[in-house]
Ligand binder design. Structure first.
Ligand code: AMP
Ligand code: MG
Length: 483
């Protein structure tokens, strides 16, 4: 019997979007081996996990499987505020698109597969540590219910790649709702290719927001839909303490998924100014700055759509796009407040809820209070136990009085709070330890950490250390962009 193909590709981007990419293939590599396969995801995608385990060369980009049309996508982007007109997939390939068992379409994308025409000075490669980091973060975020790309596999290539020192080469095979970015629109808009911007917008609508296709103002509705999806996303980041680290417009998706994990991290202590990226010297992408940055990134998307929204009257187009853009902070606050009500176990809505939620964080600021643990401790308060940071005397004393008065108006209960407040997030010190072991060939800490964080809301016996903040000697955590 002939082997079944690994993937049932249906490549809409390759088929419909000529001119938006370069057809390309990955490098041959000496010893491609699947180091970790996401079996749960493979199953959801209807893929043969055992066949994938033997398909290291395909998942590294070194061999083109039946039906694939590998390509490098063109995009531009504002990086730390400065515009780069040509970025593009400099070390990645879109292998093709697959449909999951529900018929939902995903890109299958390889990161680290070799140089492309978009590589500029780069080597086109990825190394083991960052590949495993992205694997962990994608799975942890997905388990927290946050829209994200996800790892299908981490593959080692048998190459030695120079970074700070020699490191093991690796490729991440990941899936995404798509790889359309704000920067994809910017690439064609900056070149004045209006027809291509329109074609891209039509493709984005068909793929992500089909409900706006028949509207009388589809491009304005597209923009509104992206604003809404991104507001929901960045609010969710804030609610779990996630810092993306490199919110350039090329790392801002049109679908509203978290994309391109680099120097990202979860905060331990609550601190709006918290930055982890070694290259973010001005705190542009600090924890508390993420909504403002997203708002700015969306303004860059709006600029690319002016001529589509009203070809005859630019001022009129700018007026309606600006109005839609100004909805961002409003929507963000709505999503954030809805999330905080759930975290605090507040049932019903009263106008004071916003101040109550904000004041908890104000009280926590500068106290070294663990952000994740704070909300689990608060559920214990509902159970009648003033434990952890709420044990008297505490900086939260006055706040607790207000909180208890509010609960009288409607309380969801401690169990409902525990269902939305994680016990386990990816603690930086645990990530670093797991990656250091992995570099020495020991995957036990990686596997254990992954197993814990994919069940973030359940207290797991024996996993106490995974819920604890970093020991003091871990110091200030910095993530280097040497990816
Ligand atoms: P990132 O910081 O991974 O989002 O990448 C930003 C841009 O730099 C994208 O165009 C990447 O394709 C490109 N890039 C990053 N690392 C490399 C590399 N090692 N080789 C070639 N291009 C790269
Ligand atoms: Mg990127």
């Amino acid at each position: 019997m002939p082997d079944l193909p690994l993937f049932a590709f249906d490549n809409s981007f390759a088929r419909e979007m000529q001119g938006f990419f370069v057809e390309w293939q990955g490098d041959k590599v000496p010893e491609p081996q699947v180091l970790r396969l996401n079996r749960g995801l493979a199953e959801q995608l209807g893929l043969d996990a055992d066949a994938l385990m033997g398909a290291g060369a395909v998942l590294a980009g070194a061999e083109v499987p039946a039906g694939a049309q590998p390509l490098a996508m063109a995009y531009a982007g504002h990086q730390f505020g400065g515009f780069s007109p040509q970025l593009g997939d400099g070390r990645a390939l879109l292998l093709g698109e697959i449909l999951d068992k529900q018929g939902k379409r995903f890109d299958l994308h390889l990161k680290g597969s070799g140089r492309t025409p978009f590589s500029r000075g780069g080597d086109g490669k990825a190394v083991l540590g960052p590949v495993l980091r992205e694997y962990l973060f994608g799975e942890a975020m997905a388990a927290l219910g946050i829209a994200t790309t996800r790892a299908l596999a981490a593959v080692t290539t048998g190459e030695q790649i120079m970074r700070d020192g020699p490191q093991q080469g690796a490729v991440l095979a990941r899936i995404a709702a798509s790889h359309l970015r704000v920067g994809t629109f910017q690439f064609f808009a900056a070149r004045g290719e209006l027809d291509r911007v329109r074609q891209l917008a039509d493709y984005a609508i068909a793929r992500h927001f089909p409900q706006v296709a028949t509207s009388d103002a589809p491009y304005l509705r597209l923009f509104e839909a992206v604003v809404d999806a991104q507001a929901a996303l960045v609010a969710k980041w804030a609610l779990v303490g996630f810092v993306h680290g490199v919110m350039n417009t090329d790392n801002t998706s049109i679908s509203g998924e978290t994309i391109d994990y680099g120097p990202c991290a979860f905060i331990d202590a609550y601190d709006p100014a918290k930055v982890f990226s070694s290259i973010d010297r001005n705190g542009r992408y600090a924890y508390g700055n993420q909504p403002a940055v997203l708002h700015w990134n969306l303004s860059k998307l709006a600029e690319t759509l002016i001529d589509l929204v009203n070809p005859a009257d630019g001022d009129a187009a700018i007026a309606v796009l600006t109005q839609a853009l100004h909805r961002f902070p409003v929507l963000y606050e709505q999503y954030w407040l809805a999330g905080m009500r759930a975290k605090l176990g507040l049932q019903g809505e009263v106008p004071e809820d916003l101040a109550l939620a904000q004041d908890l964080l104000h009280a926590a600021e500068g106290q070294g209070v663990d952000f994740t643990g704070l909300f689990r401790d608060l559920a214990e308060v509902q159970r009648g136990d003033e434990v952890g940071v709420f044990a008297a005397p505490s900086v939260f004393g006055d706040w607790l009085l207000r909180y208890k008065a509010r609960l009288v108006l409607g309380a969801a209960g401690a169990d409902a709070m525990d269902a939305v407040n994680p016990v386990y997030i990816l603690r930086n010190h645990l990530v670093e330890a797991a990656l250091a072991d992995a570099a020495r060939g020991d995957m036990a800490a990686f596997d254990r950490l992954l197993a814990v964080v994919v069940r973030p809301f359940e207290v797991q016996a024996g996993a106490e250390a995974y819920a604890a903040p970093a020991p003091a000697e871990f110091g200030a955590h910095v993530t280097y962009c040497g990816t």
